[in-house]
Design a protein around this ligand. Structure first.
Ligand SMILES: C[S@@+](CC[C@H](N)C(=O)[O-])C[C@H]1O[C@@H](n2cnc3c(N)ncnc32)[C@H](O)[C@@H]1O
Length: 471
């Protein structure tokens, strides 16, 4: 599972970062760390497994995993581990995300009941963390300007079994205001990406001042829109994966000046993680002193990529309880053969508790009962796919099998590790002679974990219905 690209010439690779020398007191350590490839980071999906279990399953396949001390449930794997190929990833027991990017969790501090907007969400890693912080209930809106960046968002929320996300596709600078205000808004802004040098292994691009100014102008507009969309007393987190103060502190400083007395920086660096404070002066410009409360992650401090994050609070109103949910279902509820599925697979009575079924196109989707998709912009998707509408009654989509049918007692085909790998690569296999179920829709289980849905033919061949898009 490991493989590493050859490193480019070390000196040339980092040449574009020399402009940050004055900001980094331990420059040699910074350069040495920036040259090293990045360890892989994953986190356990709490609905399926804890980190100890995931670590033990990876260890069985010779992959050592050590806890990331400052984030519960996160693990570090050796550089180059292709964890996306491992069965635990495909079955939604874990997800991969750069360790540095996890910093937005404690800064955003999203809580169950919050209504959260992730303004620049593709490919959805932070959306997934927010959705879990909300307990897989309530409302997360995952917006991205690029429809191609929303397909991976759907794949992530489906694989992890998240039912509280709606995706929208508009320019975040013009995301409409429904007048209610979000409790939390995340702006994980498009940026020059200089902090990803360890991941890419490529030379850091030199950014001209014109390009930098253009990127920063867009970042200011996105952050300003986020502030406008956040309710008084709510919180906004601005984040990038670059070292450039022009795209970080200067962006926040510009927006702070537009809302004097309304916005303030919240110092929220997590305990147990070595970080540096935000800068308060750059190329002669004095910035809001509160920006020292922003967080800079540098490669040499905690062996991560480079990252910047700043939490802002709208101080123009008391921290009030979240706006009460609007009393309307997430879509016109439709009849779904929940009882037929439950009978067919022997599911417990509460298998679909807390979700409602809506129809979108030819598909049925499961959405948290208290989820509030926006009316404007109309969502590209909400929740996860349950089944084809009007399709052969007991057939559940893989996302739905993993989310709702882990406790199935009937029509379950148990496979060994060879069958597991065949199933997860969409291969066909012969069903074990001891299996006593009927041909038709089945669920496939490896040890105690479901892998997804399949179809047993009359000749007892099992076809995998594992989604191609998850491979
Ligand atoms: C750094 S990435 C976000 C990563 C994501 N939050 C995650 O953790 O998986 C920035 C995203 O912003 C999107 N983007 C760029 N300009 C935008 C705009 N004007 N409005 C909304 N999204 C935008 C890009 O398509 C890209 O997907």
């Amino acid at each position: 599972m490991t493989g590493q690209a050859p490193a480019a010439d070390p000196d040339r690779r980092l040449a574009a970062l020399a402009r940050y020398r004055a900001l980094v007191e331990d420059w040699d350590a910074f350069c040495a760390a920036a040259h090293r490839p990045l360890p892989v980071c994953i986190w356990a999906n709490p609905a399926r497994a804890d980190a100890e279990t995931v670590a033990a399953l990876l260890a069985e396949d010779g992959v050592p995993a050590t806890p990331v001390g400052w984030v519960d449930g996160a693990l570090r794997l050796p550089t180059g581990t292709r964890v996306g190929h491992h069965w635990t990833y495909r079955a939604g027991l874990c997800h991969t995300q750069e360790e540095a990017a996890l910093i937005t969790d404690p800064l955003l501090a999203a809580r169950p009941g919050d209504r959260v907007l992730d303004l620049c969400a593709g490919p959805g890693n932070k959306t997934a963390r927010i959705a879990l912080a909300l307990g897989n209930r309530g409302t997360v809106i995952a917006n991205d300007i690029d429809p191609h960046r929303l397909a991976p968002v759907e794949a992530v929320v489906s694989r992890l079994g998240l039912v509280n996300v709606s995706a929208t596709c508009v320019d975040g600078r013009r995301f409409p205001d429904d007048g209610r205000g979000f409790d939390r808004v995340l702006v994980d802004a498009p940026c020059s990406g200089e902090g990803t040098v360890r991941k890419s292994g490529q030379a850091v691009r030199t950014i001209t001042s014109e390009t930098r100014a253009r990127i920063a102008a867009r970042q200011v507009e996105l952050l300003a829109r986020a502030v406008a969309l956040c309710r008084p007393g709510g919180r906004i987190v601005y984040a990038t994966c670059t070292f450039a103060p022009e795209e970080n502190e200067l962006v926040v400083d510009t927006v702070l000046r537009r809302w004097p007395g309304v916005l303030r920086v919240v110092a929220a660096a997590p305990a147990g993680l070595a970080t540096r404070p935000g800068v308060t002066a750059w190329t002669g410009r004095q910035l809001d002193p509160g920006l020292a409360g922003a967080v800079r992650l540098l490669p040499q401090l905690a062996d991560t990529g480079g990252f910047f994050a700043c939490a802002l609070e709208r101080a123009d109103g008391a921290e009030a309880a979240s706006a009460p949910p609007v009393a309307r279902p997430p879509g016109p509820p439709v009849d779904a053969p929940l009882a037929a599925w439950s009978r067919h697979f022997g599911l417990p009575d509460n298998a679909f508790a807390g979700v409602v079924v809506i129809a979108r196109g030819g598909r049925l989707r499961a959405v948290a009962a208290d989820h509030e998709p926006p009316t404007e912009p109309a969502p590209v998707f909400s929740g996860l796919e349950l089944a084809r509408r009007g399709g052969a009654a007991p057939k559940l989509a893989t996302a739905a099998s993993l989310a709702f049918a882990q406790a199935a007692r009937h029509q379950v085909v148990a496979v060994d590790s060879t069958g597991r790998d065949a199933f997860l690569t969409r291969g066909s296999q012969k069903v074990n002679a001891a299996w006593t179920g009927r041909p038709g829709a089945v669920l496939v289980r490896y040890r105690e974990w479901l892998l997804g849905g399949g179809l047993v033919r009359d000749d007892r061949r099992l076809d995998s219905l594992f989604p191609r898009v998850w491979l």
